[in-house]
Design a protein around this ligand. Sequence first.
Ligand code: G6D
Length: 350
Amino acid sequence: MKLVQERRTEINGHPIIAFTLANDHGMEITCLNYGCMITSILVPDKNGNYENVVLAFDEFSSYLTNRPYLGTVIGRVAGRIKNSCFELNRKKYKLYENENKNHLHGGKKGFHHVIWQAAGFSKKEEVGVRFLHRSVDGEEGYPGNVDVQVTYTLNNQNELIISYHAISDQDTPLTLTNHTYFNLSGNAQRDILQHELKIKSDRFLPLDHEFIPTGEIKDVAGTPFDLRQGKTLKEVINSTDPQICFVGHGYDHPFVLNAHYEEEIVLFDPKSGRTLVVETDEPGVVVYTGNHLPNGEKMNGVLSRKYLGICLETQALPDAVHHPHFPSCILRAGEVYSSTTKYAFRVSYE
Ligand code: G6D
């Protein structure tokens, strides 16, 4: 196992450090203390070519805006909160409105724009980085001082394990996720439309016109959201289902997972043979097929475009503060928030 850290640049005098993790088989992950951002995951294809399977801007300056939230940890609350408000313990809270009147992905300065404290670690069979951040009471309108720890661990099974822990001194909503865009073709040679996606999910959440769950929990049977046997993403985007069409011809939807740690999410690229198996203890996953990726921004040596990457944002269900029948996203004062998602990279030689 190998760990290398280097000062990449600085923001307002704060050093931006890049950590490169390598296991004993050649897999490498590079991440930054800025936004806990993953900028590279090098894994082999069926011919043993190690290539980057995540989207990353070519210029660091692009991350200062980062409208697509490339590679970053999202918080305090991933997804949208309708009308940027919620009530908790009979008190009303107003959050920063950063998407029309709604609150998206933690607001104006969400966790994706935080410079985290970061420290690398290396053991015989694993190497990683631990990120720490204190989100202070009132940040973006949220209550409570929340101490958040995010750990990226790479092992010798070609697995990246992301674990999240947090504790707050007041009750507060908290839904953390990672917003990495995957493209298993390697170095974004192709878009994701030939990728196959399989998800063990019987139900999904339809969205309203603001891309916020309506509250309905709908059976996937007979819909383009039935991924239990797998579909190519090209098949999905060509669907005429209104839910597929109005979000930009693709997914931008939460799926309710049937299982945990049973290979519940599998993304496969037949041409490269690369397979990504995602397992999580979270109740759901937001699948976003990059329908609104900006055109023409320099990423992975190419110009970004629609469908260049897919996000598999394992998390609590979005806007849960307004839907008591969804699993709760409230972290009670003094309780420990704990969540783990594993990204296992494999090669299929079929
Ligand atoms: C768009 O609706 C999508 C979000 O789900 C995504 O996270 C964001 O782009 C990057 O707003």
